[in-house]
Design a binder for this molecule. Structure first.
Ligand SMILES: NC(=O)c1ccc[n+]([C@@H]2O[C@H](COP(=O)([O-])OP(=O)(O)OC[C@H]3O[C@@H](n4cnc5c(N)ncnc54)[C@H](OP(=O)(O)O)[C@@H]3O)[C@@H](O)[C@H]2O)c1
Length: 262
């Protein structure tokens, strides 16, 4: 029998040789793991962005291809700084990963408009702004955009409507951009994770006790019996950007331990 996993690994070896990659939110969680995966698979440069310098510098210390850029993706100044960093390396971009994201509870009876605005600014406005800014630099034909969405886009969870709506908007962007950028030879795809062990819930103000309860509830319901780890998600981000996926565009791969099937 053919071992597809082994064959995939062999095909993926140094798949990104001489390529230039940008991963937003690359200092922690899924973005950190994705950035290191691109670097380990031969990328010439992996520019990682975030608002805090410490996590970015820590990741950059792990691989010489990783370049940290402190930049808020929800601001025009931040997007300009990312474009300037790409220009400084010759102005070439092969893969753009929109991974930066924020989560927060938004119960309608205690709504904080600033939180609503913030989630949409980071999760939706940021990728739109950055895609438009970097498009002239993105290899055409042959460039790739991968957006990290969420299964929340397809779920109905009390107090999470704003986060879910922001990710539903992301799903819509993925499909529309795939059609809009297809004629330029640029593919656009997404990955929609379920509950993955990263700092995002704690950063979003969820107590440690609630995070633990959500994780055990998820593990108890998901067919695979556990929450996800970043290593469950990142191979799909890199895989979608590989030439071996050249006939996939406008797709959103669900990586959720089977939760959506329940
Ligand atoms: N973990 C999950 O269960 C899960 C499930 C589904 C989808 N996702 C999605 O996966 C993506 C990555 O999240 P994660 O789980 O890996 O959590 P994470 O570790 O908290 O990563 C989020 C990253 O985004 C960065 N970020 C936030 N706001 C930013 C801004 N305005 N400008 C630039 N960077 C910003 C953060 O860095 P700074 O704070 O330094 O800016 C951080 O590195 C997000 O899009 C999230 O919605 C996560």
């Amino acid at each position: 029998m053919v071992d597809l996993r082994q064959r995939g690994t062999a095909l993926s070896d140094k798949a990104f040789a001489e390529q230039h990659v940008v991963v937003t939110g690359g200092g922690t969680g899924i973005g950190r793991a994705a950035a290191l995966a691109f670097a380990e698979q031969g990328a010439a440069s992996v520019t990682i962005t975030g608002r805090r310098s410490e996590p970015l510098d820590e990741v950059a210390a792990l691989h010489p291809a990783v370049i940290p850029v402190v930049a808020d993706v929800a601001s025009e100044a931040g997007v300009d700084a990312i474009a300037a960093a790409v220009q400084a390396r010759g102005g070439k971009l092969d893969v753009l990963v929109h991974n930066a994201g924020v989560f927060g509870l938004t119960p309608l009876d205690e709504l904080d408009p600033a939180d609503v605005r913030h989630q949409f600014e980071v999760n939706v406005f940021g990728p739109i702004l950055l895609t438009a800014k970097l498009l002239p630099l993105l290899r055409s034909p042959g460039g790739n955009i991968v957006v990290v969405s969420s299964i929340s886009a397809r779920l109905t969870t009390p107090a999470q409507s704003v986060y879910a709506a922001s990710k539903a908007a992301v799903d819509s962007l993925i499909r529309s951009w795939a059609v809009e950028l297809g004629p330029k030879g640029i593919r656009v795809n997404g990955v929609a994770p379920g509950n993955v062990r990263t700092p995002i819930l704690t950063s979003g103000g969820i107590s440690d006790q609630d995070v633990a309860a959500w994780r055990s509830g998820y593990a108890g319901k998901a067919p695979t019996g556990r929450i996800g780890e970043v290593a469950d998600v990142t191979p799909w981000i890199t895989r979608l950007a590989e030439p071996t996926s050249s006939w996939i565009s406008g797709e959103i791969i669900v990586v959720d331990g089977g939760m959506l099937a329940t």
